[in-house]
Design a protein. Structure first.
Length: 221
């Protein structure tokens, strides 16, 4: 995942300056704690605003349990693929709706050379496959292309897991929250929100993760 060079403390002081407050050296004060809180909220907002290209990854499941593939810190599944060995082509596993998937009992994964024929989403962070891979050797052959979740920094020197150009968008959103929660100034908050919307649209236009028309209501899960 991308990584910025701006630290959490630097971003906090930037937004404090934006509302006319003095900089802080840590988050121990009430003002510092507010700045940290709104930046964390703003980071989650930016991450959920769109499926940014730099959030799309393809990798194995984080774990397997109760016939499910567990996917941590990922918020959308695009597709599931099987690769028999390094250098071999990926084979798409077909998505089916949960009610159709449940019409057939999960089968064992014992047939030599076979691979999952279909999958469905069981819960926010888990995927069901049929046939289900029962061994580690078979599980690592299955890949999930997903949109990851942005995990904001929590320490003074922690940096943001976003391209540097997106830090400004996070700060615009944080300024909106700070104007509301600290200054109780709805007019100023509205101004910051307008700036946020303009910058967000500009980044959407240049950072599309998919070609126009590629996704439909079923694929964009």
């Amino acid at each position: 995942m991308a990584q910025s060079t701006t630290t959490l403390l630097q971003a906090a002081n930037d937004i404090l300056l934006g509302i006319g407050e003095r900089p802080v050296t840590n988050f121990g004060s009430n003002l510092g704690a507010k700045a940290k809180s709104v930046i964390i909220t703003a980071t989650y907002d930016v991450g959920s605003l769109d499926d940014w290209s730099w959030l799309i990854t393809k990798r194995n499941a984080d774990g397997w349990s109760d016939n499910k593939a567990i996917l941590n810190n990922r918020r959308r599944v695009y597709d599931v693929q099987y690769r028999s060995a390094v250098g071999k082509p990926y084979v798409d596993v077909r998505y089916v709706f949960p009610k159709d998937f449940d019409n057939e009992t999960l089968k064992g994964y014992s047939t030599s050379g076979s691979y999952p024929l279909k999958y469905t989403l069981d819960s926010e962070l888990s995927v069901l496959l049929n046939p289900y891979p029962t061994t580690t050797d078979e599980q690592i052959k299955i890949f999930f292309r997903t949109a990851d979740v942005i995990v904001p920094p929590t320490t003074l020197t922690g940096t943001f897991p976003v391209p540097e150009r997106f830090v400004e968008l996070i700060k615009k959103r944080a300024l909106y929250y700070l104007a509301l929660r600290h200054l109780d100034d709805s007019a100023m908050a509205s101004m910051f929100n307008s700036e946020y919307e303009v910058l967000a649209q500009r980044l959407r236009d240049t950072e599309r993760s998919h070609a126009v028309g590629e996704l439909n209501m079923y694929r964009r899960r």
